[in-house]
Design a protein around this ligand. Structure first.
Ligand code: SF4
Ligand code: SF4
Ligand code: SF4
Length: 244
């Protein structure tokens, strides 16, 4: 069965509440209100997961004892893999939840059986966010497969430092000031998948107001991502030294 069909199947087992947990946690409620203002809009620090190489600096350079950067799982990209390369240590002894077999140094990733289909077992991986130290080890492992695990600044924890110590240390310049009303930076692929889902939801919503609102919210979320990326591409191009 093609991967996208498998993912669609898995999605039937996961509630919208679970799927959007990451977004709620990233956007939070209090942290970004402290953000600096540019042209009237409060701004917050966020990292671009497409640029992040999971170098480990997010865990060690944050001024907080436990980093404000946390891992999230983009469920729409996740393969619900039995042998998750983000969950299991490279040299695991067996495919179980024993600490010695887990890649995560703090045991922050929860593995839960979803279903067995055509002899294949599928598992859901969620992050116990307070346990996550933002080390990126799971992100690096997951990049070998679907790349659904990614890092984001969690705004309820972030102190919104004037100069983010991680941004200064980041080897790939992945950190940006983003409008608080956006607050997250999705991987391009995740935004594309979510946009397609939003359009499909819109098509089947009919007269159901709550489904329409849900579709609208999803499309608005992905539109913000598209607008930010376009604006960022322009700014990057303007910063490039001229050939002359
Ligand atoms: S410092 Fe940059 S490259 Fe390293 S984990 Fe953080 S965002 Fe990723
Ligand atoms: S980023 Fe590090 S601490 Fe957080 S879930 Fe992944 S492996 Fe665990
Ligand atoms: S702004 Fe400060 S608190 Fe927030 S992630 Fe960067 S160093 Fe940590």
């Amino acid at each position: 069965m093609p991967l996208e069909e498998k993912q669609q199947d898995r999605r039937e087992f996961i509630t919208d509440a679970v799927r959007t947990t990451g977004v709620v946690a990233v956007v939070g409620s209090g942290g970004f209100l402290a953000g600096r203002r540019t042209e009237g809009e409060p701004m917050v620090w966020q990292l671009d997961p497409d640029k992040c190489t999971a170098c480990g600096n997010c865990a060690t350079y944050c001024v907080l004892d436990v980093s404000a950067v946390k891992c999230f799982n983009a469920f729409d990209m996740c393969g619900f893999c039995d042998i998750c390369t983000g969950y299991f240590e490279m040299d695991y002894k067996s495919l179980d939840t024993a600490a010695e077999n887990q890649a995560c140094p703090t045991g922050a990733i929860l593995r839960e059986f979803v279903e067995e289909k055509s002899g294949q077992r599928y598992y859901e991986y969620t992050i116990d966010e307070p346990l996550c130290i933002g080390c990126g080890k799971c992100v690096e492992g997951c990049a070998l497969m679907n790349g659904s695990l990614y890092l984001q600044v969690e705004h309820d924890r972030c102190l919104d430092c004037n100069e983010c110590a991680i941004a200064t240390a980041c080897p790939t310049e992945a950190f940006y000031r983003v409008p608080a009303s956006q607050a997250e930076i999705l991987k391009r692929r995740a935004a594309t998948v979510l946009n397609a889902r939003g359009k499909q939801m819109e098509r089947v919503a009919g007269d159901d107001e709550s489904k329409r609102r849900e579709a609208d919210a999803l499309l608005a979320r992905t539109a913000k991502q598209r607008d930010w990326r376009e604006k960022q591409a322009l700014e990057d191009a303007n910063r490039r030294p001229s050939d002359g």
